[in-house]
Every structure is written in structure tokens, then in C-alpha cells.
Design a binder for this molecule. Structure first.
Ligand code: 6CS
Ligand code: FE
Length: 298
């Protein structure tokens, strides 16, 4: 396991064998009763389950603006050629576009929206910066999903995030049915860190963002976790959102329906948890995947 970071590695991963350790970090970092858009009961639910689903985070009119921006980006030939665009292995359609909060003023505004960044600050108990943003198109007719993984396992091993003080929000820009490859989370799985076996290949991101290999749990571990925690599938209308802790075990299936499952995915990291050197990777990932600009979102 190549840990090039000088910071203590609380969550060893990518070594010879798979190793499971209890979470050492809080889930909700702000003190009880801290001000913010999330009601106390919902914050407690987030703490317990590792996620919080919101039926309508943004309005239908706002969805139309963001969906139009997604369409503009994915039909721009320059964006398609850009390294920030990940292409579907089979259909060759655009699968994801990274760093949308930098290349699109429309998505930059979404990041700064108090309904979005205010919830992140409340969960993380500090100012926050964007560690990663992306639009996931997940077009119909065969778009592939994302196999089971913990985002934090990758963001710790490859991007050098020391602690679990990171939260993601997935905002639906098309309807998430129970058939078109929605997000699945194992409720409560965020309280166990599963260190995965297998060293990180150089330039791993070139393959992992299409189909993850390094950082993938074993069938035994997944069977144990799914049996213990269960699996929840998230459905919702365009405009709904799912907030989830960085260490939730999650994944999504292929989309063979004609109905795209598009979302915008924003990852907020506490400014107190700024990325250091990778804990288990030979080199850093590019900044469009793991930010190195720690300027707080204002
Ligand atoms: O490697 C990453 O950073 C990305 N991979 C997945 C499958 N989810 C989180 C993140 O966007
Ligand atoms: Fe993920």
C-alpha cells in the first residue's frame, strides 16, 4: 500500500488484503441545534442512515434551466473532446462531465445556492469547498451503472482526503424511476470503513470513472454488508435530491430503459479536511476530479 502522505492514515486501503475498521469520525460535525436549512430530526436521520432524501430541493422551473445547461454542455463538441468528459464504453455517448461548477456559470450558481451549500455547511460544521462536481447523464438504452463502492475510499486513497468530513448531493434532473438505474445505498453502511484489497494502478482514473476496479469490495464483504444493512433504491421526480455521507456503500445499475437518469452531483469537503497527498496511490488525480483549490464557497 503506497501511502505517500505524511498525515496519519486512519483508513488504510488498497493493501494486500481487504480490511474493515469502524468509522473514527463523526457523521454530523455541527453541534446539535446548529442553524441551517436541515431540521433537527432530519439531521438525526442523516446521522443514523448516512443519507437524507429531499422530495423537491429545486423547482420545476429551475430543473428546466439546469437540464437545458446539461444538454448544452453534452452537445458542445469542445466539451466532448475535453478530458473532463467521460464517455460511455458501449454507446460512446457522454457519461459524465466533471468540474461543471467551474466550466458553467449556471452550475456555479447552484453550488452557491443556500439550499445546497447551506446544508453542506450544516452537516460538515464548517466552511466548505467543492472537492468534485459532475453531471451524470446516464442516457437510456444501455448506459452502464456504477458498481458498489464507498466514495471516501477513493477520495482518501487517491485524492488524499484525511477524514470523513465530506458530503455529496445528487440532484435529479430527470425523473429517477425504479427502473432507470437509480442510486442505491446500504443504510448505515457509512459507519464501517471497508479498506479494499489491491494496489492503485497509475492513472487509475482513466479506467475507474467508466468501470471501477481498484477500491471495489469483495463479494463476501458486500454480502455481509447488504445482509446487515439492506439496500435502499432512491426514486424521485426531477428536482428531488439525495444527500449522502462520503462513506456510504452505494452503487447504481445499468439503464436499459428509454428514459435517461440524469443528475448533477456535487461533493462538498470541509475546509478543515483539505486534501493532502494520496494515502494509497502513486500519484494525485487531476484537479478536475479531486480539487486542490480549497477556496470556501461563499
Ligand atoms: O472516483 C470518483 O471520485 C467518482 N467515482 C464514483 C463512482 N463515485 C464518486 C465519484 O464521483
Ligand atoms: Fe460514487
Amino acid at each position: 500500500m503506497t501511502s505517500t502522505s505524511t498525515v496519519t492514515d486512519l483508513y488504510p486501503s488498497r493493501g494486500a488484503t481487504e480490511v474493515s475498521v469502524p468509522r473514527k469520525d463523526p457523521v454530523v460535525w455541527s453541534p446539535p441545534g446548529a442553524p441551517g436549512p436541515i431540521a433537527t430530526g432530519d439531521l438525526e436521520s442523516f446521522e443514523h442512515n448516512g443519507f437524507l432524501a429531499i422530495d423537491q430541493l429545486i423547482t420545476e422551473d429551475e430543473v428546466a434551466v439546469y437540464h437545458q445547461e446539461l444538454e448544452r454542455l453534452i452537445t458542445d463538441p469542445a466539451i466532448r473532446m475535453d478530458e473532463r468528459s467521460i464517455i460511455e464504453p458501449k454507446s460512446k455517448e457522454i457519461r459524465s462531465v466533471f468540474e461543471v461548477h467551474r466550466i458553467s456559470e449556471v452550475f456555479a450558481n447552484l453550488v452557491r445556492d443556500e439550499r445546497v451549500v447551506g446544508r453542506a455547511r450544516q452537516i460538515l460544521g464548517s466552511d466548505v469547498y467543492v472537492h468534485q462536481s459532475r453531471i451524470n447523464v446516464k442516457p437510456g438504452f444501455g448506459a452502464t451503472g456504477f458498481y458498489w463502492h464507498s466514495d471516501f475510499e477513493t477520495w482518501h486513497a487517491e485524492d488524499g482526503l484525511p477524514n470523513m468530513r465530506t458530503v455529496s448531493v445528487s440532484i435529479a434532473l430527470t425523473e429517477n424511476y425504479d427502473t432507470n438505474g437509480g442510486l442505491m445505498i446500504m443504510p448505515g453502511s457509512h459507519r464501517t470503513f471497508l479498506g479494499c484489497a489491491g494496489a492503485t494502478p497509475k492513472d487509475n482514473y482513466k479506467q475507474s470513472l467508466q468501470m471501477q476496479d481498484a477500491g471495489t469490495p469483495s463479494d463476501e464483504a458486500l454480502t455481509k454488508m447488504a445482509s446487515e444493512y439492506g439496500i435502499k433504491l432512491f426514486t424521485g421526480k426531477a428536482g428531488s435530491a439525495t444527500w449522502f455521507d462520503c462513506n456510504c456503500m452505494h452503487g447504481s445499475g445499468d439503464n436499459i430503459t428509454p428514459f435517461p437518469r440524469s443528475n448533477v452531483f456535487i461533493v462538498f469537503n470541509s475546509v478543515e479536511n483539505a486534501a493532502v497527498e494520496p494515502f494509497a496511490a502513486p500519484v494525485r488525480r487531476p484537479e478536475f476530479i479531486g480539487a486542490r483549490d480549497f477556496t470556501p464557497v461563499k
